[in-house]
Ligand binder design. Structure first.
Ligand code: NAP
Length: 265
């Protein structure tokens, strides 16, 4: 894989403690980026940060709940204190819960889903945009889901949040047009992470929910490895994405995947 193309850049990766976020953080650190990891589980992000430092990367862990505006400010301040700038934001943290029919869903849990999947990316973007404009450089990547355009019974909050995130990307891209800051979206497809385990753990007995398909793709070994998605994220925030703004990239797009494989060597 070619050189350290992100040398000296600073990347904030939300949800960096496991799954897609941990793999993306490792990929960006290996490319030379200084990485700021955040999630609620301090142990998980500290462990990832320690692994990246052992591999001669530069990484810090800033624990907290990104639904809290003060935590989001602290994440950005920590990035500036430690590394002096913010070049890349990967809005990756997400929750799937509640997985229940709408009539049974707990309002607080529903609201928390929207706060994590939609409002937190807004908060983080709002905090970093002035810095990125001052620097004359910025790459924002929102990790969305097919659930943004494919309704999934039982996942009304998640689907609504991801659909909202996609429109947020569109509006932001329009506002950023002509600047040196870009925003794009990744649909990662189905990836072998704790979130898929969460879906498979739901007891659908006596409900209208049907998770058979999720069990089947798992049983058939069709879930993607997070490291494959991390390569796509690296491409999307790296030099290859220079001219891309307001675009929606799908991990299942074979032509794009081939281009990424070619570009990353
Ligand atoms: P995951 O393994 O469950 O990881 C989610 C990460 O987000 C964890 O590090 C989690 O850490 C963090 N997080 C959740 N809520 C948070 C909050 N309020 N504040 C701070 N951190 C929070 O899930 P994943 O599959 O890697 O998901 C990553 C992204 O990909 C999500 O946006 C998800 O919607 C999207 N996605 C995944 C799939 C898939 O098949 N896996 C498919 C489509 C889209 P803590 O719990 O410690 O906070």
């Amino acid at each position: 894989m070619a050189g350290k193309k992100l040398q000296g850049q600073v990347a904030i990766v939300t949800g960096g403690g496991r799954g897609i976020g941990a793999a993306a953080a490792a990929r960006l650190a290996a490319a030379g980026a200084n990485v700021v990891l955040t999630a609620r589980s301090e142990e998980e992000i500290e462990a990832v940060a320690a692994r990246l430092r052992q591999a001669k990367g530069r990484a810090i862990a800033v624990p907290g709940d990104i639904t809290d505006p003060e935590v989001v400010e602290e994440i950005v301040e920590s990035a500036l204190d430690q590394f002096g700038r913010v070049d890349i934001v990967v809005n990756n943290a997400g929750v799937i819960w509640p997985l229940e029919e709408t009539a049974d869903a707990d309002p607080d849990e529903w609201t928390y889903n929207i706060a994590t999947n939609l409002i937190a990316p807004f908060l983080l973007v709002r905090n970093v945009l002035p810095l990125m404009h001052d620097q004359g450089y910025g790459r924002i990547l929102n990790v969305s889901s097919d659930a943004a355009f494919t309704p999934v019974s039982g996942a009304s909050a998640y689907c609504a949040a991801k659909a909202g995130l996609d429109m947020f990307t569109r509006v932001l891209a329009q506002e950023l047009a002509g600047s040196r800051v870009t925003v794009n979206t990744l649909y990662p497809g189905h990836v072998d992470t704790a979130m898929q385990e969460d879906i498979r753990s739901v007891d659908t007995t006596g409900t209208r929910l049907d998770t058979t398909w999720f069990h089947d793709i798992h049983a058939r070994g069709e879930l993607a490895n997070p490291t494959r998605i991390a390569d796509l994220i690296y491409w999307l925030v790296g030099p290859w994405s220079r001219t891309r703004n307001g675009e929606f990239f799908n991990a299942g797009d074979a032509a794009w995947a081939a281009q990424v494989a070619h570009d990353l060597g």
